[in-house]
Design a protein around this ligand. Structure first.
Ligand code: NI
Length: 157
């Protein structure tokens, strides 16, 4: 496994619309390795989630940290979202040293394919719901700074 390098805003590749991944890819050994590398990169960088475009692949793949461990989600789609929204602080590995308050749906239902190509559904709330919304935004070329208020930057001394 290896740590992938993260693209940093204003890299144009972060602003592209990512393509759906073909489910044939799940049988591809290199694709499996890519998912392992995404998970390893997310953990190594202390991220709670990572989207493929952040490592230069414009495909609809995200990894998220769940209570059960890291999860790779292929072609994730939000199928239902709560009317209630919450503000909370977000940051992003592609926008270093920057934080802001972002309003997100409190609960989301998400449909996706797992790394074995099986269709799955999860209902997420709290931090996981926030992370899923943030990562799916990446697949549409959207960064949290596009939506955030009270953006604060921390410059290293
Ligand atoms: Ni991000």
């Amino acid at each position: 496994m290896s740590i992938l390098s993260i693209l940093i805003e204003p890299d144009k590749r972060l602003r592209q619309l990512s393509d759906k991944v073909s489910l044939k890819a799940v049988t591809d050994k290199d694709f499996g390795k890519f998912l392992d590398n995404m998970v390893e990169t997310m953990i190594a960088k202390d991220g709670v989630g990572l989207a493929a475009p952040q490592v230069g692949e414009n495909i609809r793949v995200i990894t998220v940290n769940t209570k059960q461990g890291p999860l790779a989600m292929l072609n994730p789609e939000i199928t239902k979202k709560s009317l209630t929204k919450d503000w909370d602080e977000e940051g992003c590995l592609s926008v270093p040293n920057t934080w802001g308050q972002v309003k997100r749906h409190k609960t989301v239902h998400c449909q996706f394919f797992d790394r074995a190509g099986q269709k799955q559904k999860i209902e997420a709330s709290g931090l996981l719901a926030r992370v899923i919304q943030h990562e799916i935004d990446h697949l549409d070329g959207i960064l949290f700074i596009d939506k955030a208020k009270d953006i604060a930057k921390n410059y290293a001394m």
